[in-house]
Design a protein around this ligand. Sequence first.
Ligand code: PMP
Length: 329
Amino acid sequence: MTPAGSGERIIMVNDSRATVLDAIGSTPLIEVDGLWLKLEFLNPSGSIKARMARYIIERAEREGLLHPGDTIVEASSGNTGNAMSMVAAVKGYKMIVVMPVGLSPERAAISSAFGAELVNVGNFHVNEALTLASELGKRPGHFAPHQFESEWNVEENRTWLGPEILAQLPEGRIPDAFVMGVGTGGTLIGVGQAFRARNPDVLIVGLEPSESCTIQCGDTGLHKIEGIADGFVPAIYQRNREMVSRVVAVHSDDAIAEMRYLASHHGLLVGPSSGANIVAARRLVREDPSLATVVTICCDEGEKYLSEYFIPGVHAVDAATLASSIKED
Ligand code: PMP
């Protein structure tokens, strides 16, 4: 067993200019049940999206697309909204998050806590929010990052998250497969590109909910895997679909059961999309045990789903009941 405190994740920020944004990245990669899990839910703002938000906003600053006092406008089912609101708060930009209703209330609350203005459009799927965010983004003094299309989203994953995972795998190991649910597709494609450069034969496996078979069948439906399958095939995925080895379907109920298992058996309090990724990764290994190194992502923190999945099931036993059960034993 590794003694507490001897982990690799040492963030030394000894600089008076440091901010919470310097704590993004360098998340642990751990092995659970033979799968390699990248714990992206540990990023500030509670998800994988912190990297992309920081990367795109700082790139836009360098390219002269974003100026002090400007407003950032993004359509998001939640995590990108949370992440961009955090970055905007640190850097002093105004933030408008355009999001559908029907997602966990924590997501809206977190963006709001970071000082963002929330605009609700549409139900669960992000399509209508996208149109409105694009329109708002054209106004003077506004910047729309367009996460579903932006090559900078892919670039972040290819140059930051992907290489970070490759460097963390034990020496001599290369990924045989990468499994990831498709929201914008930025993680699947960008990390996939980094992995392919290391192992040309690596399987790149996309995932969508069984109830919303959009990439494979062109249908959309309501599902519970928040953060993926937003109701359309994103441009990033369309541009790069030939590099995806296959797309698999996971039912929301299986994703949620896995999410609960990860918390109660491994101490990983994560959301349904992490559960879905792990269900698909387990299946992959079951079907082909020669896949020795399968990598997937724990995308966001379970705290964002407390009111939907965890608080309703909390039943405390009172002290008197506990005392009498101890006596009976
Ligand atoms: N899981 C969750 C919880 C997310 O918020 C997202 C991003 N919307 C994803 C998975 C998918 O990531 P990507 O946008 O890179 O496809």
